[in-house]
Design a protein. Structure first.
Length: 278
């Protein structure tokens, strides 16, 4: 069976050449030559079947033969915001595995009890890109710079927002149950609709309405969007938890076990994907 070679090329449809780092791998490691078939991913939902048209010592040109748009398995947006650990290898591992599972955005939080105040996001981004190629993901997760906890939670975000913590004095819901509820709500028809009602009927009621407008105005349009916060090894401070609740975040638990930071982040992402199959 012929090996399928994937390369990450942002805006691949409008380019004709592999990026320098990808070209180096293609030419020096895989030793590709003119006429070889390759597959490209733009990180925005499309794969491309392409053919190498020219290969020199440093440059690899290609011609696209076929575009293959991919379908999302998750209609919403999974955003994980996490406090980086002192040993960055643990967070790097988590970013790689979360990408393999599938999520949309990764942010880093500077919290009161954070062990690390600096994150080299370009390195994290490279790890994410490698995982995207390895797991054949059509969408590349966005990797954001480190921001203060307060700045992050005060920034408006769509969908539902959760904060995971271990404080017994603050009531917590079960995260898995809440995620399952989001997905059931997102896929359930509106109670006011008749059995035969559909988007087209709703759109026809307004001369200017269209399907996109109707969908965007639906109260469940962004119901599957979630933002989940995971704190440092010493947890969030109680004041940070209360501040999050004041800003619309819901208090949740990931189960009965006390998890390390990177494990908790990975569990949160994985729970979302288990729940979406229900």
């Amino acid at each position: 069976m012929k090996e399928v070679r994937y390369f990450y090329v942002p805006d691949a449809a409008n380019q004709v050449e592999l990026p320098a780092e990808e070209a180096t791998h293609a030419l020096r490691v895989l030793r590709l030559k003119g006429g070889d078939e390759i597959f490209l991913m733009d990180g925005e939902g499309s794969f491309f079947r392409a053919e190498v048209t020219a290969a020199s010592s440093k440059r690899c040109l290609y011609e696209i033969k076929e575009e293959m748009p991919q379908q999302r398995a998750w209609k919403g947006h999974i955003h994980l915001a996490i406090a980086p650990t002192k040993m960055m290898e643990r967070i790097e591992w988590m970013a790689e595995k979360a990408t393999e599972i599938g999520f949309d955005e990764l942010s880093f939080l500077n919290c009161q009890f954070s062990e690390r105040k600096v994150v080299k996001t370009p390195r994290i981004d490279k790890i994410v890109i490698s995982a995207v190629k390895q797991s054949h993901k059509a969408w590349k997760p966005v990797v954001n710079e480190l921001v203060s906890f307060k700045e992050f939670i005060q920034t408006p975000r769509p969908g539902r927002k959760f904060i995971c913590h271990c404080y017994e004095e603050v009531e917590k819901k079960d995260f898995f149950t809440e995620i399952s509820g989001i997905l059931n709500e997102a896929h359930a028809p509106a109670a006011s609709e008749s059995p035969n009602a559909d988007v087209a009927t709703a759109a026809s009621e307004s001369p200017t309405a269209d399907v996109a407008t109707v969908a965007s105005e639906s109260p469940t349009a962004d119901a599957a969007d979630i933002t989940v916060l995971v704190g440092p090894e010493g947890d969030f401070s109680i004041d940070e938890v209360r501040l999050a609740l004041e800003n619309g975040y819901e208090s949740v638990s990931l189960g009965t076990s006390r998890l390390r930071t990177e494990t908790a982040g990975l569990v949160a992402v994985h729970m979302a994907h288990i729940a979406r199959r229900l």
